[in-house]
Design a protein around this ligand. Structure first.
Ligand code: NAD
Length: 354
């Protein structure tokens, strides 16, 4: 049977789904509803049946699955309506704006006996998987710090993303992806401390964050840092990881630059305790390491792809496979974002057990 999908909200992201996920076996986009008639014209041109009302879409007998791709503040209401109409549902990220909302949505899905999931497509980003596979392989030794960073240069938040009432802001837009990646990587390690700084640098109305820096302490390590800014003109690595046997850098999503540097020990690898002079004084600890005592390794690039998420959904619907983006993990990320907002508002770190 596969997924016969009705889309609610046929904007930018819905077009992406319809153009790309339709190539996956078992995935068909059947109909769409959007409050904007222009988007309905666009759906028609793409061979997707436009529905005149939400009720028409929810009542369509030729769909078994609803994708909600509207702005964030209406995800909850639309997800619940779709579940009550007897459809499986995937909503765009962030799933909704609070844990309390999510709990209601999950209760509805359990009552209906239908799938509820979230489009956390960046769990399959190749840069993330490359970092994760390296950490898990042990090539860096014991890892004690992971930094995840995304910088843009346009500045500010665009359209509805600039307004709190729509669930705007960078934490809810990009933060949700980057926190989800790290929580998915460490499902069994408790987050014990959250410290967040949120800024509204270029927002005319100053309602939402367009820059944030968050530090998360995991029980037993590593310490995680997530930083996102819409207005930073010099690149820092997308991933920067330090272990006790090496350091890894992945510069960008495309992974065109990056690698691992490890210490080399043994006869020619031991570091002589040399002292170097800097203009302001001597230093031994920060002396550059001689090249013969370093080992350079290229990135072992992952070939992960977002299509795995859709293939998993087909497998869940057709064969009862286990859902990868399951409600418990989604709840953890929503709770983490609540703690991020709380820490930023209070101006100090928040101890937790998450
Ligand atoms: N997973 C990803 O990589 C990714 C990327 C971009 C956006 N998104 C998410 O997708 C969602 C949509 O973002 P977008 O960039 O496509 O926004 P968008 O503004 O381009 O599209 C939203 C569409 O929803 C319609 N809409 C608004 N309220 C509606 C309602 N009540 N009923 C029906 N239609 C309604 C609008 O008319 C618009 O066409 C957001 O939740 C966003 O966070 C996810």
């Amino acid at each position: 049977m596969g997924l016969n999908i009705g889309i609610i909200g046929f904007g930018g992201m819905a077009h992406w789904h319809a153009n790309n996920a339709s190539k996956i076996e078992g995935v068909k986009f059947v109909c769409a509803y959007d409050v904007d008639p222009k988007q309905m014209e666009s759906a028609k041109e793409m061979g997707i049946r436009p529905c005149a009302t939400l009720e028409e879409l929810l009542g369509a007998e030729d769909i078994n699955f609803v994708l909600v791709a509207t702005p964030n503040q209406v995800h909850k209401e639309l997800v619940i309506k779709a579940l009550r109409a007897g459809k499986h549902v995937m909503t765009e990220k962030p799933a909704t704006l609070s844990v309390a909302d999510w709990d209601e949505m999950v209760a509805e899905s359990e009552k209906a006996g239908k799938i509820l999931t979230v489009h956390q497509n960046r769990r399959w980003d190749a840069d993330y998987r490359t970092m994760r596979e390296a950490v898990e392989s042990g090539v860096l030794g014991k890892v004690y710090s992971i930094e995840s960073r995304v910088f843009g240069t346009v500045g500010g938040m665009y359209g509805w993303r600039a307004f709190k009432a729509y669930g705007g802001g960078m934490v809810l837009d990009w933060g949700v992806h980057l926190f989800d990646q790290l929580m998915f990587m460490f499902p069994d390690k408790k987050v014990v401390d959250v410290k967040a700084e949120l800024m509204s640098l270029l927002e005319a109305n100053k309602e939402v964050d367009d820059y944030f820096k968050v530090m998360l302490k995991l029980e037993g390590g590593p310490v995680l840092q997530v930083e996102v800014g819409s207005y930073a003109f010099r690149a820092l690595p997308r991933w920067y990881v330090i272990g006790d046997n090496g350091t890894m850098e992945i510069m960008d999503f495309a992974m065109e630059e990056g690698g691992i540097t490890r210490p080399r020990f043994g006869a020619e690898g031991n570091v002589a305790p040399v002292v170097v002079q800097t203009p302001a004084g001597p230093t031994r600890m920060m002396a550059p390491r001689p090249p013969e005592t370093r080992e350079e390794l290229p990135l072992t690039k992952s070939d992960a792809t977002w299509t795995t998420l859709y293939k998993n959904l087909v497998d869940v619907v057709d064969n009862g496979a286990e859902l990868i983006v399951e409600p418990k993990g989604v709840r953890r990320v929503l709770r983490l974002m609540e703690l991020v907002f709380e820490s930023a508002e209070k101006g100090h770190s928040i101890a937790c057990e998450l």
